[in-house]
Design a protein around this ligand. Sequence first.
Ligand code: HEM
Length: 240
Amino acid sequence: MATTQLSKRTSARSSTVVLKYAMAVSGLIMVGYLVLHMYGNLKAFAGPSAFNEYAHHLRTIGTPILPEKGLLWIVRVVLLAAVLLHAYAAATLWRRNKKAAGYVGAKRYQTKQGKSGVQRSYASFTMRWGGVTIALFIVFHILNLTTNTIHPGGAADTAYGKLHNSFEHWWVLLAYTVAMIAVGFHLWHGFWSAFTTLGQNRSSTRVASRWNTAAIGIAAIITIGFLAPPFSIYFFGLGG
Ligand code: HEM
């Protein structure tokens, strides 16, 4: 009897570790994509034709070994798998944590900060609602700039045209800004959490951790890098 309980507990614990690793690895795959995507978007500063050429190149890269858009489809499939795995692991870990902590809804344990026992931690709020915001953003974003189904300033034939027509509108700029801030916070906590999972965070407090500073730095660079082209289009008419 005792042996059964022990092995059950051990396997539950190890699968929690597996899920944590799955979150870290799928998260890092998406971060890799985000860095390349942000860098690619900065081509907008090199002018419309440079940006269009870059967008075209994304579709022909790997040819003739791969068919046209072949690599793009591989990236899409890997990204989709990473998103699904990340969301599944997050939901499972959250449920498991909730069950293990023994609270339901607002009834949580008491701390010095939360004397009533009701708390909503920075991480739980940022990651859960941030994650939902980002998921909704991705759907809007693909309908807006990939398929151009949502085309606020009119439909466009070129990659730069889609970008330009969209970011002439204040509400599109606002929607992307809110989404990029959510991405920034998600990356901050995500990086810190991934560093911890991968064994790099040896500091006793988050604030004192060098890895926390690194996480803030990387998140800020990615957020600002993404927002630079849309703000330049709206405020300075980048690209004419
Ligand atoms: C201000 C921020 C962003 C801008 C200006 C931007 C711009 C673009 C553009 C122009 C495309 C279309 C490329 C093409 O079809 O030629 C695109 C596609 C895409 N973007 Fe973004 N992006 C931004 C942020 C993000 C973020 C934060 C994510 C992920 C969380 C993301 C994920 C994607 C995905 C998945 C695609 C579709 C790629 C494909 O399958 O063709 N983007 N983006």
